[in-house]
Design a protein around this ligand. Sequence first.
Ligand code: SAH
Length: 243
Amino acid sequence: MAKIRVVGIGPGDYREMTMRAVDALKACDVIVGYHVYVDLVKEHFPGKEFFTTPMRREVDRCRMALDMAREGRDVAMICSGDAGIYGMAGLIYELRGEDTSIEVEVVGGLTAATSGAARLGAPLTHDFAVISLSDLLTPWESIEKRLECAAMGDFGIALYNPSSMKRKDYLRRACEILLRHAKPETVCGVVRNIGREGETTEIMTLEALRDYEADMFTTVFIGNSRTKVIDGKMVTPRGYRDV
Ligand code: SAH
């Protein structure tokens, strides 16, 4: 039976890819993905056929992968981080629809929220929300509502897609919404290029984050009201000491 694997490759460092993801990529004939992700894994999987597509052509990329699977080839579609978090796993299921002649296997991965959190310290120790600021597929009003609700609930927050060429001021707009409920001195952190060349981390206040210029390879962390800085690390208490 034709099979397509949708594989999360983690943030970028080969050591943060799961063994199951490595096995899945070893088992396939063809690896399909955005060129940045293909470049990250290529050297570790010699002998595979690679296909790349531009960033915005997700639907084409998935259709191409499904067609190749139908032709009887073992295909792996790679996504950064986890395959199901703003990734392709859902789209592959949707496009395959009821055509159960193709088996789909999703192989989960280490998402930017958790790999980035580890770099900053322990910012997500308590309940947290993951929110993408990309309004390509989601109306901005929904994003605003989710930001506001997360801040009202005093959740820690991991923000994905904080910026792009066309959306330079989205992080600022998000911070302004959060500041309706969270204090300006709330501890925040940013991690760029997790597991990739040029990885950097920075800790700052929510007020300072408002003026931070993030790029599309940045994940942003907003602490809850109890998050603090301990020896340069961003730490959200689990609460053991006050129970
Ligand atoms: N499926 C991915 C998320 C894709 S959305 C995952 O689970 O991690 C793309 C956004 O994820 C980026 O804009 C950025 O906010 C975040 N991201 C993904 N990989 C990253 C990395 N290596 N370093 C920093 N941020 C990353």
